[in-house]
Design a protein around this ligand. Structure first.
Ligand code: KMH
Ligand code: ZN
Length: 314
């Protein structure tokens, strides 16, 4: 017999720039505050209800943790779209915990990312793909990741839950790169530090985390259901060429999804996406062809119990 669970609309998150890809890799990666704002607004107009944001130094394109830099684009995005603003606390690899938290503590957003486990985060294989770098920091940064641990200990997670969650009423996109991360999150749920409805972002295809195999997605979803029952909303992102297939699979299974140039620079095999909206429009067509619809920002706010776009600090 078919499931009686009502199919919900799909919450589409777009992550326009991130802190992984570098300027040499695509001319379409937004770098300046104006570019980030324009890409975020166009992604929202194309159907994204949540925008996951990082900032970059406008001269070099290097991930930039300063609150002042974020404040150059956050008000523009807020004035132009109703989409939920989600500020990364993952920041750029190599930043301290304080740096990673700076912008969110200043902006008091409705949502922020929270990485719920430590892992190796290997970007160094990308070194092989490019030769002429625009900036010296790019190959140095990728090389550094060979000996790098993305540190998100229990103490770090607790600190962010308390300072940003309790302190600012910010709710989280809990990024899980591995099965163990679900159990880390479950521990915080048991402690009462994470309250439903919470939002789990399952991340596939990062070197150091789960591989992008559909078996892994099915298993993670099954375990999350067993651990969290009806208390959570789940979403999927996959890095690189697995982005669209995994987003499609998530929608088919009743989940939510994330796209954006943070996670993949491509729109198809060997073809760079011209913008974030390009990716949002593509997955929107797929979602709608499947007979599903995208959630509005108001629906996303209600389902994730967010404090509201008028309660932020920008
Ligand atoms: N770049 C993604 C794989 C964060 O910003 O907190 C994970 C991410 C981390 O979005
Ligand atoms: Zn991010």
């Amino acid at each position: 017999m078919a499931s009686k669970k009502k199919q919900k609309s799909v919450i589409l998150t777009c992550a326009p720039t991130g802190g992984i890809h570098t300027p040499t890799m695509s001319p379409h990666l937004p770098i300046t505050p104006r570019q980030i704002a324009d890409e975020a607004i166009a992604a929202a107009e194309a159907g994204a209800s949540v925008i996951h944001l990082h900032a970059r130094d406008p001269e070099t394109g290097k991930p930039d943790p300063s609150a002042a830099r974020f404040m150059e684009f956050l008000p523009i995005i807020k004035q132009s779209t109703d989409a939920v603003v989600n500020i990364s606390t993952g920041g750029g690899l190599g930043m301290t915990r304080e740096e990673r938290l700076r912008a969110a503590m200043r902006a008091s957003p409705e949502m922020a990312s929270l990485n719920v486990g430590s892992l190796n985060f290997g970007l160094f294989p990308l070194l092989e793909k490019y030769k002429d770098w625009k900036h010296d920091w790019e190959p140095q940064f990728l090389e550094m990741t060979k000996d790098f641990i993305f540190k998100n200990t229990f103490a770090d997670i607790e600190y962010i839950l308390k300072e940003l969650g309790d302190g600012h009423g910010t709710r989280f996109e809990f990024e899980c790169y591995d099965l163990g991360h679900l159990y880390n999150l479950a521990w915080f749920v048991d402690q009462g530090l994470v309250k439903p409805p919470f939002f789990v972002q399952m991340v596939f295809g990062i070197m150091g985390g789960m591989g992008a195999d559909l078996d892994n997605l099915m298993h993670l979803h099954k375990k999350a259901d067993a651990l969290f029952g009806d208390d959570y909303e789940w979403s999927v992102l996959a890095a690189g060429r697995n982005q669209m297939p995994f987003a499609t699979q998530a929608a088919m299974l009743g989940g939510n999804l994330r796209v954006g140039l943070e996670d993949s620079l491509y729109i198809g095999r060997g073809e760079l996406a011209e913008s974030n909206a390009h990716q949002v429009s593509k997955i929107r067509r797929i979602v709608e062809e499947l007979g599903l619809s995208l959630a509005t920002p108001a629906e996303a706010r209600e389902r994730l119990a967010l404090k509201g776009g008028d309660q932020v600090g920008f």
